[in-house]
Structure formats: structure tokens, C-alpha cells
Write a protein that binds this ligand. Structure first.
Ligand SMILES: [Zn+2]
Length: 168
């Protein structure tokens, strides 16, 4: 996804807690959040960094909050007050929601609010990869092929694929 400088991002508490000042301001030039998140951060180390960052704290409209409450009920999700208000603010501001919470992402998706995961790279690292032959379709562990790009059985090219038995 391209990140242009006009894009506005609504940031959840965990992103402030896990992100470094430098990374956040580089990745998200325009950051918004809700008062519930700043309250949540006050007791943490992230609260000190938060003040230094140029984050605009806004209250979402009652109308958007009501829409989110309806969607949360329809989706059967269980969202905190802060999370519901983050989605509502993203809806109000036509912003991209930055969150790693799958429940929040589900509600955002149901409401056509765009979202992005913050620690997506870490999630990708948890996938283990195997190699599948494009010819005979045998699969091999990375150790089993020792860096070869061709199938040891039939000599066709190998393709890297996620190991299905590890995915949930
Ligand atoms: Zn093969």
C-alpha cells in the first residue's frame, strides 16, 4: 500500500506502546487518536513519548460511534470503549486505522474503514516456509534442499509456499 503524505492515520494504544518515536512519525506523518487511548497510555512509558509526538487527539461523532456499536453487535465482536471510538474516528475522518487487533480489524472491514497492521512483519516471520516442486509437487523443507532451486527428484523449479500445517 502506498503511503502518501495526505493520508491520515488513526493510531491505537498498542502501536504507541510498541512503536518508537522515529518509526511512527516516519510511517504516519498525520496521526490521530481518541482521548481514551491517551488515558490508557498515561500510566505507561509510552505516555511520555506520546506527548513529544504530534498526535491530534479528537473525539468521534456520536453518529459514528452508534454505527460502530451496531456493527460490533452484528459481527459478534467484543471491543473496548477505546477501540470502538478509534474505529468511529477513522470513519469520521476517512482515515486509515493502524491496529494489530483482529477484532478491531474485522469491525473496520465490515464498515469499509481502511486499516493496516503495525507489526505485520512480525506476523509474516511466524509463517514457516517450505518449497513445492512445480513439476511433481513434492514438498521439501528448506534444510532438505540445501539452497538448490531445483527439485532433487525431478529437476523442476521449486516454489516457496507457506507451510499449511503451521497455519491456523
Ligand atoms: Zn519435482
Amino acid at each position: 500500500m502506498s503511503k502518501n503524505h495526505d493520508q491520515v492515520y488513526v493510531i491505537d494504544a498498542n502501536v504507541f506502546i510498541h512503536g518508537s518515536f522515529q518509526d511512527l512519525s516516519r510511517m504516519y506523518p498525520r496521526m490521530l487518536t481518541v482521548p481514551e487511548v491517551t488515558a490508557e497510555l498515561e500510566s505507561t512509558e509510552a505516555g511520555q513519548r506520546f506527548d513529544a509526538e504530534q498526535v491530534t487527539v479528537m473525539v468521534p461523532s456520536d453518529q459514528s460511534v452508534a454505527q460502530v456499536v451496531d456493527t460490533v453487535r452484528d459481527c459478534g465482536e467484543d471491543l473496548s470503549e477505546a477501540d470502538r471510538r478509534l474505529v468511529a474516528l477513522a470513519l469520521d475522518q476517512d482515515a486509515t486505522l493502524v491496529t494489530d487487533d483482529y477484532g478491531v480489524q474485522n469491525v473496520a472491514a465490515a464498515m469499509d474503514v481502511s486499516y493496516t497492521g503495525f507489526q505485520r512483519e512480525e506476523i509474516e516471520e511466524q509463517i514457516s516456509w517450505i518449497y513445492r516442486c512445480t513439476g511433481c509437487e513434492k514438498t521439501f523443507d528448506p534444510d532438505g534442499i540445501q539452497g538448490n532451486e531445483r527439485c532433487p527428484v525431478c529437476g523442476c523449479a521449486l516454489k516457496q509456499v507457506p507451510d499449511e500445517k503451521d497455519t491456523v
